[in-house]
Ligand binder design. Sequence first.
Ligand code: FAD
Length: 315
Amino acid sequence: MSEVLVVVDHVDGAIRKPTLELLALAKRLGEPSAVLFGGSDVASAATEKLKAFGAEKIYVIDDAEIKGYLVAPKAEALQQLVEKTSPAAVLFVSGYEGKEVAARLAIKIGSGLITDAVDVEDGGVTTQSVFAGNFTVKAKVTHGTPLITVKPNSTSPVEEAGAGAVEEFAVTISDSAKKAQIVASQPRQASGRPELTEAAIVVSGGRGTGGDFTPIEGLADALGAAVGASRAAVDSGWMPHTFQVGQTGKTVSPQLYVANGISGAIQHRAGMQTSKTIVAVNKDEEAPIFELVDFGVVGDLHAVLPAATEQINQR
Ligand code: FAD
C-alpha cells in the first residue's frame, strides 16, 4: 500500500487536533506517514501521539535550517521527501501556512492541488463546500501527486495505533529558499481558553453584544468553552479576526455552539452549521439563526447570559 504524507501542525511538539484528523483521512487513501518539522526536543514530545493516532512512519526533518524563515524552505524539504517516497497523496491542514506550503510544493513538483476540502474519500475524491455552503464540489487531482489541504473539524480523529517508526530525513535547503527571514514574532496571548477550532463548546457573540463581550466570556469560562465572533463584531474592532467564525473566518464543529446576538447570515452559518447542538440567544424572534437551532432563547443577551452563567457556576 502506498504511503500518504501528513504534514504535522504542532506548537513546540504539541500536536494540534487537525493533524490527527488528517491521519484518520490518510488511512482511507493508504498508509499514513507523518512529516514532522522540528529538532529532537520536539520529536520526542510528538511522536508518541502521532503513533497513537495511526502514523505508520514518522519522518522527522530537523528544522535547524528551516526555523526562522518563512515557508519556502519547508516546500523545498517536502519536495525532496516526495521525490524519495512517491506518496499516494500529501495532506496539509488548511491554514495560512499549510495552504502556502502546499501551493509552493505543487509548483515545484508539477502536481494538482485542492484546497479547503471538507472530506477525502477512498480513491482521492475530495469534497469542498463553496459559496458559503451553497454548493458542494467533488473534485480529484488528475495530474501528479495529489496535494490536498483539509479544513479543521472535517472529520474526527481515530485513536488506533500505527507502527510509528521514526526516520530522520536529511534535507538540503538552498540559499534561494532562505530569502525571507522572520525578524520578530509575537507570542500568542494565552487566554486559558481552548483553541477555537478544537473546542468542544464555542460561545460566540455578534453585533448584538454592542461591543461588550463580558457576558460572552463569562458564559464561555463557566462552560470551559472557546470564544467566537461574527464578522460584524470583528469588523467593528471588538474582537480580533482570529476569533471570527464563518466563510471568511474559522470553521468550527463543536458539540455545542452558542450564538449570541448573531442574526445567522449564510456566511456565518458556513462556519458553524455542522455543530452538533446549536443554541441561540437573540432578541428578535424572526432572526434567521432560529431556523438552525436546537434550542433558542428570545431575549436580551445582556440579561440571559449572566443569569445562565450564574446558574452554571452554582452547580
Ligand atoms: P447582524 O446581522 O447585525 O445581527 C445582529 C443580531 O443581534 C440581530 O439578529 C439582532 O436581533 C441581535 N441583537 C441585537 N441586540 C441584541 C441583544 N441585546 N440581545 C440579543 N440579540 C440581540 N459573517 C460572519 O459572521 N463570518 C464570516 O466569515 C463572514 N464572511 C463573509 C464573507 C462575505 C463575502 C460577505 C459578503 C459577508 C460575510 N459575513 C460573515 C458577514 C455576514 O453577511 C453578516 O453581515 C454577519 O454575519 C452579521 O453579523 P451579526 O449576526 O453579528 O450582525
